[in-house]
Design a protein around this ligand. Structure first.
Ligand SMILES: Cc1ncc(COP(=O)(O)O)c(C=O)c1O
Length: 450
């Protein structure tokens, strides 16, 4: 088998998309049902932070499979561990029998979780499935029927998770009724919020505004606290636009929840595995959630997810939930190797350091272009938000889309988030020089798009 060649610089040598890419896209349209494709990149192979397409063009990837390949592409250690396992066995029915790798992976995962280590892992294959399991844990333990979610939240597209998702109404078109009993409250977005509070200047006011709203307009008026099983939230809203709430928000809300017998359920599917500079963003916010959903980077792109629950809240009997592929052997091995690699290469440190460098460079662009209304993020989870006017903060979606398209033509893969933001989520091994390359491309792309 051909060993992955290393390549480490942007190189665009054909028109984009190139001829081979065009042909595959045409066949994709013929054979695949519509999903959510946004850029015509047709990958052939990946190495580190770079993706080579089928026409031989090399892109710098600042999307990391939407934070799924946090350790970069074609990591040698993951390859060797998975390859070795492949020759021994790649599936056994973990639903009914046992194997060491699943147990070892669960122990390793619990060990990198914030707070108490007295936890249990339920393995799944995706973010949405992890949230489905988290919902079941909360319902099963509390025997309560209602939940709280957040406007702007994203938790997946299966009918339970979709009941919580509230980042774009198109996700719901034609699918109601979804899971019943989910009530949405505003997320404390420091930049744009219905309370008209400048959350950067007055974070406590913003936190209190959301908590007061929850108590006065939801708990007191129509959803009794003793009917609520859980509050499901992302620590930082991802799909909704990379919204970082005030630092004390989750602690205060979790306390209010727990005082009322409500479980605090954190969806770390996108924020997890070093993305924000800690293994999990919950750590930054100082909370140890009752239930945590993870997926995406947990096994570096081999499909895997998990719902991790404090042991006292786990299922009281066998049969309440199960999952054929959850904790598959290859995924378990890849997950353990991912955790080891993140530690060995000190990727959390790099996420914090290059993340703050990226934030600084993005702020320089904000000084240069008044159509950038906000720069926000934590670690290597950063975003810029395009506005038509800084005073009104009106979304400038057309400029955002034009910039992402120009950047693609120059060899930088970027993804949107929310109505008018671009997210920057390179692999956690990114170097400052590569951030400079990306910023240069971005700068030119903005100039060309204005
Ligand atoms: C926070 C969050 N939760 C859940 C999901 C759903 O994950 P999946 O697409 O693996 O079901 C996503 C996907 O982007 C996500 O960002």
């Amino acid at each position: 088998m051909e060993k992955t060649k290393s390549f480490n610089k942007v190189s665009i040598t054909t028109e984009l998309p190139g001829p081979k890419a065009k042909e595959i896209i045409q066949r994709d349209e013929k054979f695949l049902a519509k999903s959510t494709k946004t850029l015509p990149v047709v990958a052939s192979r990946g190495y580190g932070c770079y993706v080579e397409d089928v026409d031989g063009n090399t892109f710098l990837d600042f999307s990391s499979g939407i934070s799924t390949t946090n350790i970069g592409y074609s990591n040698d250690y993951i390859i060797s561990k998975v390859e070795d396992q492949l020759h021994r066995m790649w599936h056994f029915a973990g639903t009914d029998f046992y194997y060491r790798e699943q147990v070892d992976a669960a122990e390793a995962l619990i060990n990198v979780m914030p707070g108490s280590k007295d936890k249990k892992v339920f393995y799944t294959n995706s973010g949405a499935e992890s949230n489905e399991a988290s919902i079941k844990f909360a319902k099963s333990y509390t025997k309560r029927p209602q939940f709280i979610g957040f406007i702007g939240g994203f938790h997946g597209r299966t009918m339970g998770a979709l009941g919580f998702t509230a980042s774009k109404s198109v996700h719901h078109e034609g699918f109601f009724p979804e899971m019943l009993g989910v009530h949405h409250i505003p997320f404390p977005d420091p930049y744009r919020n219905p309370f008209n509070i400048d959350g950067y200047e007055n974070p406590d006011d913003l936190t209190n505004a959301v908590l007061d709203y929850f108590e006065e307009y939801v708990l007191d008026k129509y959803v009794p606290a003793n009917s609520i099983a859980g509050i499901l939230t992302e620590p930082i809203q991802g799909e909704g636009g990379y919204i970082v709430p005030p630092k004390n928000f989750h602690q205060k809300l979790m306390k209010l929840a727990n005082d009322n017998g409500i479980l605090y359920m954190m969806d770390e599917v996108q924020t997890g595995f070093g993305r924000t500079g800690n293994f999990f963003a919950s750590e930054y916010f100082g909370v140890d959630p009752d239930i945590m959903s993870v997926a995406k980077s947990i096994a570096s792109g081999i499909p895997m997810g998990a719902s991790v629950v404090k042991s006292k809240y786990e299922f009281e009997k066998s049969g309440l939930h199960s999952n054929t592929f959850g904790g598959n052997i290859l995924a378990s091995v890849a997950s353990m190797a991912t955790i080891e690699e993140i530690k060995r290469q000190d990727m959390l440190k790099n996420s914090r350091e290059t993340g703050s460098y990226l934030n600084r460079r993005l702020k320089e662009l904000m000084d240069k272009y008044d159509k950038i209304g906000d720069v926000r993020g934590l670690g290597l989870m950063q975003a810029i938000d395009f506005v038509t006017d800084r005073r009104t903060k009106k979304y400038n979606k057309s400029l955002r889309d034009a910039v992402a398209d120009r950047a693609y033509h120059r060899g930088l893969i970027l993804l949107g988030a929310g109505e008018s933001a671009i997210r920057f989520i390179p692999p956690l091994i990114i170097k400052p020089e590569e951030i400079d390359d990306a910023i240069n491309i971005l700068d030119k792309s903005i100039k060309e798009s204005l």
